[in-house]
Design a protein around this ligand. Structure first.
Ligand SMILES: *Cc1c(COP(=O)(O)O)cnc(C)c1O
Length: 378
């Protein structure tokens, strides 16, 4: 196979920018001319469109996915003495937000096939909270790599134990579970618009989704320093959590093609699946789930060898999400966990490797990536 002329992109944001033409410039210029850099008209428009896209009542834009998680926890009045269960195999921000809120994260293991929170490990984590006398308040699910978590099982457990369910949909925006989009599952959902996420802006941004008017008002309050009836009436603890008008302007343009991009991502995933299923473990998508394909992640025994071969011999970039589960991280290892050993996470962190994935991948480039992976196993 002939190596493509241009360097292979892991995520091709330039191709997306080209497709959008000068619409993004125009949208940014509109902000420059009205001058409302903070909470400009783009914010209301974006929030309305995001909520509509997700199929829930309200969305509140904010400064990052991490802030979206933290704001959600503040709204649920999570604080000192409280605990929240999170999966250990995720990006650090899922647990970090719990610690920033002053509470204790309890780590649960994930499933071997989906890499998402294991309902059995969740039940064990609930018992650990009881044993330790922690006031367990909620569960954060993660839609890892864009795949929805096991909501049938986990929503039931949340209800039975009177726990809130917060969806960390930072990778899952655009995905759906039995026809319900991420944003509309759980009590609250948080997403990120970091450039590399399925829907990204040109800096940092995020949003929280909710269905109750009460949560909406609380989210707006914690977004700006816990404001009450006016700006200088502070009734609770909040943050500086606003999204910039310029980022909203960028997102409004990108949202117009997002649906189409999700379809293109699915096509790229389908081609990878068909070609690689015999060679490596390809992603498992349970019945009823539609992934947003934030990452296309395979699993294999010689992950590091494959990654090195792909780059050095073939110029194919890859990435490893995540090499160390959170319960083994220096800053987090003292927090409680469902069991002493979270065996699946400790195993899969050594096997996963993500291949280039974006909606603009040309067939010949993808074929080259596929052949390069196959070459390694010859
Ligand atoms: C990216 C990400 C976050 C944090 O989002 P930021 O916008 O970078 O703060 C949180 N959780 C998960 C699972 C993520 O992938």
């Amino acid at each position: 196979m002939k190596k493509p002329e241009n360097p292979i992109a892991f995520i091709d944001l330039a191709a997306q920018q080209k497709r959008l033409g000068n619409s993004i410039q125009k949208s940014i210029e509109a902000v420059l001319s009205h001058g409302r850099y903070v909470m400009g008209p783009e914010i209301d428009e974006l929030e309305e469109k995001l909520a509509k896209f997700a199929g829930c009542k309200y969305s509140v834009s904010c400064a990052s996915g991490t802030d979206a998680l933290l704001m959600s926890l503040l709204v649920k009045e999570v604080g000192k003495g409280d605990a929240v269960i999170v999966p250990t195999f995720t990006f650090v921000a899922t647990a970090e937000a719990v610690v920033l809120a002053g509470a204790t994260p309890i780590f649960a293991d994930v499933c071997d096939d989906t890499y998402n929170m294991d309902a059995n490990s969740l039940l064990k984590a609930i018992n650990v909270a009881k044993e330790k006398g922690l006031n367990l308040k909620g569960i954060i699910t993660v839609d890892l790599f864009g795949l929805p978590a096991d909501y049938a099982a986990i929503s039931k457990i949340a209800k039975e134990n009177n726990l809130f369910l917060l969806d960390d949909a930072c990778q899952g925006f655009g995905a759906s579970y039995n026809g319900t989009r991420m944003g509309a599952v759980g009590d609250l959902a948080a997403t990120s618009f970091f450039p590399a996420k399925p829907l990204g802006c040109y800096g940092d941004g995020g949003a929280v989704f909710c269905n109750s008017e009460e949560d909406l008002e609380l989210l707006k309050s914690v977004r700006v320093h816990g404001g009450g009836s006016n700006k200088y009436d502070n009734v609770r603890i909040g943050i500086t959590g606003r999204c910039d008008s310029i980022q909203a302007a960028v997102l409004l343009q990108k949202l117009t093609i997002f649906e189409d991009e999700l379809k293109a991502r699915q096509m790229v995933a389908d081609r990878y699946n068909a070609a690689l299923a015999d060679v490596v473990k390809v992603p498992v998508v349970p019945e009823g789930c539609q992934s947003a394909w934030a990452q296309y992640t395979i699993a294999t025994d010689n992950r590091d060898g494959l990654g090195e071969f792909l780059m050095k011999e073939n110029g194919v970039p890859s990435a490893c999400y995540y090499p160390i589960p959170l319960h083994q991280q220096t800053a987090y290892k003292h927090f409680p966990r469902a069991e002493e050993t979270l065996a699946i996470s400790e195993k899969v962190c050594n096997k996963v490797i993500s291949l280039p994935m974006h909606p603009y991948m040309e067939d010949d480039v993808q074929d080259y990536i596929i052949e390069s992976v196959k070459d390694f196993y010859k």
